[in-house]
Design a protein around this ligand. Structure first.
Ligand SMILES: NC(=O)c1ccc[n+]([C@@H]2O[C@H](COP(=O)([O-])OP(=O)(O)OC[C@H]3O[C@@H](n4cnc5c(N)ncnc54)[C@H](O)[C@@H]3O)[C@@H](O)[C@H]2O)c1
Ligand SMILES: [Fe+2]
Length: 381
């Protein structure tokens, strides 16, 4: 298991930036975030901590949602010019993933092209020490060994898997998530549910990852709708901040499946938000993956989603799990068909090729093919 060195949870825990920086002897922060987080004053909540503790910082906000190789490379140049000795990453998966890419390339300059980091890269040095503060309750990028960067020239989302990139400190403060609009809360929450379900049924799952994923499913089923309906509900926001992290502890160590493989090309081709792509595809792929050795585990998923599974057969358990996921997704306004989100039918063949070649395909419980993935895209179209 690879996890953070230290992690903090709960309202206001962002103050730990100051104590952790002092404890580790860090002098200057390179603060990676994006422009919307500055606009919504979320970045101010971290800047206040820097100011109060007298920690010098330099802001880098050239990060777009679904970040690109250029975002990482410009960040490397800015980091080197800044004189900083640690990174503070604030944001959703996009800012944290960009920070991971920057931290890796700074300490492993052989990979300055970024492209060569795709898949499992053999970097030899740990990334620049990073404190990661999530502002969405979804990707768990603060505790995973993955980061996802777009290669625009190849219209491709590259999944990079590298234990050297894990943030040393995760600071999971639900107060940084209150400003998420409803649509973002819904989509990122469904991303977390997708992580939990895919990694619960992946062949590499084991007792410890199962423990994390079932608890995450239960918490998301219980709290996601409340977080969407009332963004300032402290109980729901706190539970979602923890649930997405718990799901990340599991999936980062055992892998995902083809919901993610199929979501990544949608991000690369249409800039579809990651959570929306996952949420839309999840029930279709769950139906498909029920024909695999993972079928008996669907009953547990249904139960964790709050369904009374007493006396259900395995087939009824499968149906109940898929229905519970679809019901949650509908209740929080997730689009249910690809044509509704601007996907073009003529692109489905190319999307299927890209999805099949994605790093996450190896974790799918049912062996698959380009043809079968294409059929799934058509079903979801
Ligand atoms: N590293 C991993 O393990 C991992 C896992 C899953 C997904 N990802 C990647 O993460 C990216 C998606 O990240 P995401 O879904 O967290 O969203 P995001 O980081 O792309 O953010 C989407 C938008 O929401 C805004 N936003 C974020 N938090 C906000 C807040 N509290 N209030 C107001 N606005 C806010 C951002 O500024 C941005 O404009 C994708 O590139 C995806 O592929 C990474
Ligand atoms: Fe994801």
């Amino acid at each position: 298991m690879i996890l953070n060195e230290t992690s903090y949870f709960g309202a206001g825990c962002r103050e730990a930036i100051a104590t952790e920086a002092a404890r580790r002897g860090f002098k200057k922060a390179f603060f990676v975030t994006d422009k919307d987080l500055i606009r919504f004053h979320v970045a101010d909540k971290v800047i206040e901590v820097f100011e109060k503790a007298g920690i010098p910082y330099e802001i880098y906000n050239d990060v777009k949602a679904n970040p690109t190789i250029a975002n990482v490379q410009h960040g490397v140049t800015a980091f080197k010019a800044s004189g900083a000795d640690f990174i503070v990453a604030l944001g959703g998966g996009s800012s944290i993933d960009t920070a991971k890419g920057i931290g890796i390339v700074v300490n492993n300059p052989d990979f300055a092209d970024v492209r060569s980091l795709e898949g499992v890269a053999n970097t030899r040095h740990k990334a620049v020490p990073t404190f990661a503060l999530p502002t969405t309750a979804g990707t768990a990028a603060e505790v995973t060994i993955n980061y996802v960067i777009i290669d625009e020239a190849a219209t491709k989302k590259m999944v990079c898997v590298d234990p050297n990139d894990i943030p040393s400190v995760a600071i999971v403060d639900p107060e940084l998530m209150y400003s998420m609009p409803k649509g973002l809360t819904a989509a990122t929450g469904m991303d977390a549910l997708t992580h939990a379900i895919e990694s619960y049924i992946t062949p590499g799952a084991w007792v410890m990852s199962d423990m994390f994923e079932l608890k995450a499913i239960e918490m998301i089923a219980k709290h996601l709708k409340a977080a969407v309906d009332n963004g300032s509900d402290p109980v729901a926001r706190e539970a979602m901040s923890q649930a997405q992290y718990i799901a990340g502890m599991g999936f980062s160590n055992v892998g995902l499946g083809i919901v993610h493989s199929m979501a990544h090309p949608l991000g690369a081709h249409y800039d579809t938000p990651h959570g929306v792509a996952n949420a839309l595809l999840l029930p279709y792929v769950m139906e498909y993956n029920a024909e695999s050795p993972a079928a008996p585990k669907y009953m547990d998923i249904a139960k964790a989603m709050g369904v009374d599974t007493t006396d259900m057969s395995e087939a009824e358990g499968v149906k109940a799990a898929v229905e519970a996921v679809r019901k949650l997704s509908l209740s929080i306004g997730i689009p249910q068909k690809l044509h509704e989100i601007g996907v073009k039918e003529g692109d489905l063949h190319q999307l299927a090729i890209d999805a099949f070649n994605d790093v996450c395909t190896g974790g799918n419980p049912r062996p698959t093919s380009v043809e079968e993935i294409e059929a799934l895209y058509h079903k979801a179209f």
